[in-house]
Design a protein around this ligand. Structure first.
Ligand code: URA
Ligand code: SF4
Length: 209
């Protein structure tokens, strides 16, 4: 199969990735094995934003490849009929915090331009934020995920005149700890994301934009 033509935005995305892979803007650079930039389709209509790499992610260089990622993959397929390859998956911080501690405010601030540039270049129609860190950051609020989830928010204007929608939901790690109730709520949030994609004229297969 011939390769898709490399548009300037693909080239820009690759250049961004190459730059990020050598980033030393914050202290998390010291303990990482590698930068976990993100994975998936840079033309995706749907983007997920998690917190930061864990041990497996740090070793493999890919986001959400441990237990949380397996749950995310399963719910994505069951509730939205999508695979991870058709979306884009990234994190608030691109390097693993030591001992899986929470990322600190200065680390989140240092890493934010990478995430913002990813969002600008991917130009998704819907962003699902997974857990407190990404939800609070992108919605610019101190409210917690329990309060934020259950609704669809206008995030920002799109270059094509539409609006990027943001759907906050629980982090899959919290669902793994919390069991049935958070699981049911996360499923419902993914259905909200699916409806938001459909309303934006994107049935959810990345690429059409
Ligand atoms: N948790 C996250 O927030 N991100 C990952 O990539 C893996 C686990
Ligand atoms: Fe750079 Fe982000 Fe890694 Fe810090 S966490 S070194 S800002 S890529």
């Amino acid at each position: 199969m011939p390769a898709a033509p490399d548009t300037s935005s693909h080239a820009a995305f690759e250049a961004l990735r190459d730059q990020a892979l050598g980033c030393t803007r914050c202290r998390l650079a010291e303990g990482r094995t590698q930068v976990v930039f993100g994975t998936g389709d840079p033309d995706a209509d749907l983007m997920f934003v998690g917190e930061g790499p864990g041990a497996q992610e740090d070793l493999q260089g890919l986001p959400f490849v441990g237990r949380s990622g397996q749950l995310l993959d399963r719910l994505l397929l069951e509730e939205m009929g999508l695979t991870r390859e058709s979306c884009y998956i990234a994190n608030v911080v691109k390097c693993r915090p030591p001992d899986n501690r929470d990322p600190k405010p200065d680390e989140i601030a240092a890493c934010r331009p990478w995430l913002e540039a990813q969002i600008d270049l991917i130009a998704p129609k819907v962003i699902v934020t997974l857990g407190n860190f990404s939800s609070k950051l992108l919605l610019d609020t101190k409210d917690g995920i329990t309060k934020l989830r259950g609704s669809v928010y206008d995030y920002r204007d799109r270059p094509d005149g539409g609006t990027v929608r943001l759907v906050p939901t629980f982090h899959p790690a919290a669902v793994l700890r919390g069991g049935g109730e958070p699981m049911a709520k996360m499923r419902a949030d993914l259905v909200r994301a699916k409806q938001a994609l459909a309303a934006a004229g994107a049935p959810g297969t990345g690429g059409a934009s």
